[in-house]
Design a protein around this ligand. Sequence first.
Ligand SMILES: Nc1ncnc2c1ncn2[C@@H]1O[C@H](COP(=O)(O)OP(=O)(O)OP(=O)(O)O)[C@@H](O)[C@H]1O
Length: 257
Amino acid sequence: MSDVRNSNAIIEVKDLNLYYGDFQALKNIDTGIEKNRVSALIGPSGCGKSTFLRTLNRMNDLISGVTTKGEVTFEGRQIYDPDLDVVALRRKIGMVFQKPNPFPKSIYENVAYGPKRSGVKNRKDLDQIVEESLKEAALWEEVKDRLHKSALGLSGGQQQRLCIARALAMKPQVLLMDEPTSALDPIATNRIEELITQLKKDYTIVIVTHSMHQAARISDKTSFFLMGELIEQGDTNKIFTTPEDQRTEDYVTGRFG
Ligand SMILES: Nc1ncnc2c1ncn2[C@@H]1O[C@H](COP(=O)(O)OP(=O)(O)OP(=O)(O)O)[C@@H](O)[C@H]1O
């Protein structure tokens, strides 16, 4: 298997195995997530993409019966170290979900919520974080005149950009995105894809996608999973044009999945 581990990796994964009870969902995963790149995780339904994504900020801790073995290091620190501050980890490695899930609060409060909880109290500082995060998420112009209106009044695509702004407000280094456009129409999808391409200047992005077109359009690196194994990983262009493994070729050419 090709090896993408190198000195640009912000996250390194070594011999990672994950079980839901007796069922092994991830098998001997070795990989690295490169800094300031978009990495796509692809593969047929149930192959372990979302499970793998969640291992990167310990979101699987929230599911009972999960056992994780192996190493995940973020900037050289073991993230499965029992002494690690998981809340701080999730601040640095934020997450955006498939279905936009804004809180039933105002647009402003959605973005200010995390910073407030981590101790930012000064109104001017909060105003600034809200404005900057909404600008980074390409939503500011659409909402600046209705910041104190409910977030639930936004369109699905706007809600998803709000969720991205909410994650950015915590000043993360990595953004994990689990099929962030699967609930959106093509125009809203296009806006999120453009946004992801802009965000990689400042952030590292890992995205689970069912759309091979999306992976090919926006990612630099692609990892192909099958039945809990990481079959092949490398430059997106290579994975889609000259993959080394027959199973990868069958998947990317649409022969299964
Ligand atoms: N909470 C859970 N408890 C038990 N088994 C689970 C749980 N979550 C996922 N699994 C199983 O682990 C395997 C991997 O699931 P996962 O959701 O990671 O796959 P996926 O590739 O993201 O799938 P999809 O593309 O359909 O979202 C599947 O067989 C799934 O049924």
